[in-house]
Design a protein around this ligand. Structure first.
Ligand code: NAG
Ligand code: NAG
Ligand code: NAG
Length: 192
């Protein structure tokens, strides 16, 4: 077996053993089938969220780190090819100390050769209340110099199975010293 495959197997085992029994039905294929059957005649509902994302690229407690770049990235005025992996806290209010409701885990990559644009792939992994352990997945583009960015929600898990929706976001504040940003999100998710 390849070394990477071994690592994956070890990881899956560790996760399986760490999982409490209470949640053993989550992701069980039989339970998924039953759920799919049950929702055939169910009405969709709409859930709205409002939260703040803290992307900390420098200073103490960094949450977003460069993982790769292209040979031209350093010379590119649009930073083309830069890839950043993040695990950013999501909070109820704009302060980092306000209640944490989840994490935004994923990747963003600088994807514009001639103008600044960002490919964003991230899972909103909720950790509070009824949404604990449920996720929403965003796959979209941050365009150049738009005040409000719109990205699609392409799926979800847990409470948000088969979700789709729209996330709009805007920069709430930027720290001029270290370039850390706080981004305000409004999310509408349609799900069962
Ligand atoms: C901005 O970052 C600097 C350096 O990390 C820090 O000292 C300062 O408190 C930050 N400002 C705000 C408003 O968070
Ligand atoms: C960094 O994290 C530590 C441990 O969680 C915390 O005590 C400290 O206040 C954090 N610092 C900042 C600037 O957020
Ligand atoms: C969320 O789920 C985790 C894992 O099951 C659990 O440890 C944690 O206490 C839960 N948090 C809340 C706020 O319910």
């Amino acid at each position: 077996m390849e070394k990477t495959a071994l690592v994956l197997v070890a990881f899956s085992l560790a996760v399986a053993m760490a999982m409490p029994l209470v949640h053993s039905t989550i992701g069980d294929p039989k339970e998924v089938d039953e759920w799919l059957h049950k929702i055939q005649h169910a009405k969709q509902k709409m859930t709205r969220f409002h939260f703040y994302l803290h992307d900390r690229v420098a200073g103490p407690n960094v949450t977003a780190m460069r993982v790769a770049q292209a040979s031209i990235t350093d010379k590119s005025p649009t930073l083309f090819g830069l890839a950043v992996m993040m695990d950013d806290p999501l909070t109820e209010g704009p302060e980092l100390t306000s209640k944490q409701v989840g994490r935004a885990q994923g990747l963003y990559g600088l994807s514009g050769l001639n103008e600044m644009s960002v490919l964003i792939i991230m899972n909103l992994a909720f950790t509070s209340g009824e949404y604990n352990r449920s996720t929403l997945t965003i796959l979209g583009r941050y365009g150049p110099s738009q005040t409000i960015q719109e990205t699609p929600i392409v799926g979800g898990s847990g409470v948000f199975r088969l979700a789709h929706g729209i996330a709009t976001s805007r920069i709430y504040s930027t720290n001029a010293t270290n370039a850390n940003v706080v981004i305000e999100f409004n999310v509408v998710a349609i799900h069962y």
